[in-house]
Design a binder for this molecule. Structure first.
Ligand code: DLZ
Length: 161
C-alpha cells in the first residue's frame, strides 16, 4: 500500500488501451488547489497521451473534497461520461474534520462504484501534511493524476469487454 514503493507516474504504456473513443468526466475540488490542479493537469495530459480528445474530457470544479460525491454523481447522470475521475486533497488539521471528510467522501465514491453505472476513480489524496501532498502531485513520488487517468482508461476498457 505504501506509495514509497510505487511511483505514481510510472506505468507500462503498452498495457493501456486507446482512449480515442472514450469520454471522461473530471471533478476537481478547489480546496488545496495547488495540489488538485496539478493532479487534474496530469490526468488530462495522460488521457490525451492515450488518444482522448479535448472534446471528450469534461472538467468541472467543486468547492471541496466533500462535494466530490455530488460532483461525480452529477457527471454520471448528466454528462454521458464513460468514467469519472474525482480529484481532491485533504490535509490533516487540528480537529477530527479530516477523518470525517475522508470517510464521507470515500464512502460516497465507493457507493457510486457499487451502483455501477460507470467507474469512479479515486483521486483523493489524504495527507498528514503538505510535504506528503507535494510528493504525490509532481514531486518525488510522481503525480496521482497520471495514475488516475490510466486507471480510468483501463476501467472503461474493462466495462466494454
Ligand atoms: C472544511 C474543509 C477543511 C477543513 N479541509 C479541507 C481539506 O483539507 N481538503 C478539502 O478538499 N476540503 C476541505 N474542507 C472543505 C470540505 O471538503 C467541504 O467543502 C466543506 O465542508 C463544505 O461542505
Amino acid at each position: 500500500m505504501a506509495t514509497a514503493y510505487h511511483h505514481l507516474s510510472d506505468y507500462d504504456a503498452s498495457t493501456v488501451p486507446s482512449a480515442h473513443d472514450m469520454r471522461f468526466g473530471i471533478v476537481v475540488a478547489d480546496w488545496n488547489d495547488r495540489f488538485t490542479y496539478s493532479m487534474a493537469d496530469a490526468a488530462i495530459e495522460t488521457l490525451k497521451t492515450h488518444g482522448a480528445t479535448a472534446d471528450n474530457i469534461l472538467v468541472k470544479h467543486v468547492p471541496g473534497s466533500f462535494e466530490l460525491v455530488y460532483g461525480a454523481k452529477w457527471m454520471i447522470d448528466n454528462a454521458q461520461v464513460d468514467a469519472v475521475i474525482a480529484i481532491g486533497c485533504v490535509i490533516r488539521g487540528d480537529t477530527p474534520h479530516f477523518d470525517y471528510i475522508c470517510q464521507g467522501t470515500t464512502q460516497g465514491l465507493t457507493e457510486l462504484n457499487v451502483e455501477g453505472k460507470v467507474p469512479v476513480v479515486y483521486g483523493l489524496l489524504t495527507c498528514n501534511n503538505m510535504e506528503q501532498a507535494e510528493a504525490r502531485t509532481g514531486g518525488i513520488l510522481g503525480n496521482k493524476g497520471t495514475e488516475c487517468a490510466v486507471t480510468a482508461i483501463k476501467m472503461i476498457d474493462y466495462a466494454r469487454h
